[in-house]
Design a binder for this molecule. Structure first.
Ligand SMILES: [Mg+2]
Length: 221
């Protein structure tokens, strides 16, 4: 897919786009389930709970920390847990999640290609800066010149229009000269287009006719 000739900046999503979140989350859940004494095969249940609470966060219904606590309480099945207790238990999940971060093979070449063409490269992610930055560093994807746009610090998550506006300010480019690339139709494509950005939908399953299934398919201007 050929990007517009007047592209000045590229914003990549992180989880599911640059780093394989699902691989790491699955390993985390399996290990945590064993530690909690839950039966094996909790992945789909976790996924449902994670999506429910992360969407509530994206809709502004709970804080970022709040969705973490809520996910934990619901997964363990103990609504009475205090925030601190829930977050302490969640650390068991996070330790394994962190040690299983892995970059998609097409991520590093794509970031390098964008930077080599003189484009400003940002990462616009619905997460907290500290963890998202560590994720990129640990997987070898944090390159000189990249700009982290973590929406917990920006003040509004994707797909809220303020998130894209704040990211554009950080990368110093206008919406019309910026391309957003990511694996979430709502957060990385529909929301970005509503904010005036160009957007490319990455569908790694290769199902959609109008999307790319690998970052290798991007053709830089
Ligand atoms: Mg994503």
């Amino acid at each position: 897919m050929l990007l517009p000739a007047d592209t000045r900046a590229v914003l990549y999503d992180l989880d599911g786009t640059l780093v394989d979140h699902e691989h790491a989350a699955r390993a985390g859940v399996e290990s945590w389930s064993r530690a909690l004494g839950l039966p094996a095969g909790q992945w789909q249940r976790w996924l449902t709970i994670e999506r429910k609470w992360f969407t509530a966060f994206e809709n502004g219904e709970v804080s970022h920390l709040g969705q973490r606590v809520a996910r934990c309480r619901e997964f363990i099945g103990r609504a009475e847990l205090s925030d601190e207790e829930a977050l302490t238990m969640y650390e068991d999940y996070l330790a394994v999640y962190r040690s299983n971060w892995v970059a998609y093979p097409d991520a590093l070449p794509s970031l390098r290609a964008a930077l080599e063409r003189g484009l400003t490269v940002g990462v616009l992610t619905n997460g907290a800066e500290e963890m998202q930055r560590a994720k990129l560093e640990r997987t070898g994807l944090w390159l000189d010149g990249m700009i982290m746009c973590a929406t917990v610090e920006l003040g509004a998550p994707k797909p809220q229009p303020e998130s894209y506006r704040a990211a554009l300010e950080k990368v110093g480019a206008s919406a019309g000269h910026t391309v957003m690339i990511g694996d979430s139709w709502e957060n990385d494509v529909a929301g970005a287009r509503r904010a005036g950005l160009h957007a490319v939908y990455l569908d790694r399953t290769g199902n959609e006719g109008t999307s790319i299934s690998s970052l290798d398919e991007l053709v830089w201007p």
